[in-house]
Design a protein around this ligand. Structure first.
Ligand code: BTN
Length: 238
């Protein structure tokens, strides 16, 4: 069934392999910006070829919309901010922070992840997973996972989705009207480990330094041995 959330076409399915794949058909059907969520994913994927576990009650959702080539790195950061704002709307007692580029952490534990993939023409797919009722066990990861329920918040995935769409729409409008400056400021206000020592892995190489800031392109600036290195992509470790 095709519904609407704000200006987006929307459908919610019981089970898909990955919402990032299923939305390609939905986009071909509605031919306009759209959102597809599912109760269950059998082959959910994360960044860097990792898998994303399907635990019932959590939110699995993809958005498909056009992004101009110069705006992609900005939307990667804006999406993490939208998720952090959405989670903060449920409680002010928990600190939600964004780990570059767009992992969202709750009290140092991963609570949401975002995967951008290219679709046809100028369309991109923004896949978002938010742990609402259950957190996966991340044995191999550098940090643990958490869910909203761990912090005493009981809510439903479609309520989280509705708030997420509102926050994302507001930030998208702000970005389109005023550019990246305000988004960048808010992102930095909520950044995880800013000013602290971090490690970045990129193409099998490891770089240690102080996480200084992000620049106007959304790249991470790392201070190493008195020089500033600029990263467009990579995996950040504490
Ligand atoms: C990450 O942190 O590695 C990104 C995780 C992205 C998971 C979401 S769940 C909805 C969408 N469908 C997928 O297969 N992946 C994304």
């Amino acid at each position: 069934m095709v519904q609407k959330i704000n200006d987006w076409y929307f459908t919610d399915l019981d089970q898909v392999a990955s919402t990032n794949d299923a939305i390609v058909n939905f986009l071909a059907q509605v031919k306009a910006p759209c959102i597809l969520s599912a109760k269950e994913q059998t082959a959910g994927r994360g960044r860097l070829g990792r898998s994303w576990q399907a635990l019932s009650g959590n939110l699995y959702v993809s958005f498909a919309f056009p992004i101009a080539p110069n705006d992609i790195s900005h939307f990667a950061l804006l999406s993490g901010l939208a998720v952090a704002q959405t989670l903060t709307s449920f409680t002010n007692d928990v600190t939600f922070q964004i780990k570059w580029p767009n992992d969202v952490l709750a009290e140092h534990k991963k609570i949401a992840g975002i995967l951008f993939e290219k679709a046809a023409d100028d369309y991109w797919i923004m896949g978002i997973g938010i742990n609402i009722t259950q957190a996966p066990l991340l044995n191999a990861a550098a940090y643990q996972a958490a869910s909203l329920k761990d912090f005493g918040i009981q809510t439903k995935r479609l309520e989280v989705l509705k708030r997420l769409v509102d926050h994302f729409d507001d930030l998208k409008k702000l970005y389109e009207n005023q550019g990246f400056a305000e988004i960048k400021k808010w992102w930095l206000d909520n950044a995880y480990n800013r000013g602290k020592k971090i490690t970045i892995k990129q193409n099998n190489k490891t770089f240690d330094g102080i996480f200084q800031a992000i620049d106007d392109d959304g790249c991470l600036l790392l201070e190493t041995d008195n020089k500033i290195m600029r990263f467009m992509a990579g995996d950040v470790f504490e």
